[in-house]
Write a protein that binds this ligand. Structure first.
Ligand SMILES: CC(C)(COP(=O)(O)OP(=O)(O)OC[C@H]1O[C@@H](n2cnc3c(N)ncnc32)[C@H](O)[C@@H]1OP(=O)(O)O)[C@@H](O)C(=O)NCCC(=O)NCCS
Length: 187
């Protein structure tokens, strides 16, 4: 399914529209952007992305948004593999416009997504897996309150070598506590 419009100070999370398709195709063709995603990089065509957006809309185990800044789509955000019985899901982020990396947008969209997961979807936990050496991703998660719960050794092959994957989670109760005391995650 697509998520509803969520507005932060700068970031808007919103459902996709047909005009987003060329942007998705362009981002997925940019190896510099996709190489840290961990799975097989696949560039795609506009018809493929149109089909994929239809599948996501019908997928009851996913909530998908476009990330927008100043009216411009710059990336995607998702909660996928939602297990409604056990109340958890996996979060994922792709900022496709590289000019927008490192400006706090990843953190802001993750805060919006996390609040929605716990306050509206009534999930108990969000999980994430990232290249252990994807510093921006690991620090983004820590900033929002995810805690590292394990390392999968040699999980991902990229750039001619093996990389570990860092697994992290945020529990609803920890997130709720942070809303009250404003605490920062432990290093
Ligand atoms: C990973 C990604 C979502 C992070 O979003 P972002 O907007 O670039 O990151 P932010 O500006 O919100 O910064 C998040 C944290 O990472 C740090 N950071 C950002 N870029 C960094 C860099 N190049 N080197 C070191 N630290 C960096 C920030 O300082 C911040 O940490 P802090 O809160 O401890 O100061 C984004 O860069 C992206 O989409 N990259 C390509 C796809 C990808 O790797 N997705 C994640 C797959 S798991």
């Amino acid at each position: 399914m697509y998520g509803p419009v969520l507005r932060g100070a700068r970031v808007v999370l919103r459902p996709p529209v047909p005009d987003d398709v060329p942007h998705l195709v362009r981002w997925l063709a940019d190896f510099e952007t996709t190489r840290m995603l961990g799975y097989l990089q696949q560039a795609s065509s506009e018809p493929q992305e149109e089909d994929w957006l239809k599948k996501v809309a019908a997928d009851e185990r996913s909530v998908f948004w476009m990330i927008e800044i100043d009216g411009k789509p710059i990336g995607t955000s998702v909660i996928r593999s939602i297990d409604w019985k056990n109340q958890h899901g996996e979060s994922g982020t792709l900022i496709g416009e590289r000019d927008y990396w490192g400006k706090g947008i990843g953190i802001e969209q993750a805060e919006l997504r996390t609040a929605y997961a716990f306050r509206e979807l009534n999930l108990q936990k969000l999980k994430s897996a990232a290249f252990a050496d994807n510093i921006a991703s690991v620090r983004m998660q820590r900033h929002v309150g995810y805690r590292e719960v394990g390392i999968q050794r040699r999980e991902i092959f990229a750039g001619g070598q093996w990389h570990d994957a860092a697994l992290s989670e945020i529990l609803r109760e920890d997130w709720e506590a942070r809303q009250h005391d404003g605490s920062q995650p432990k290093a």
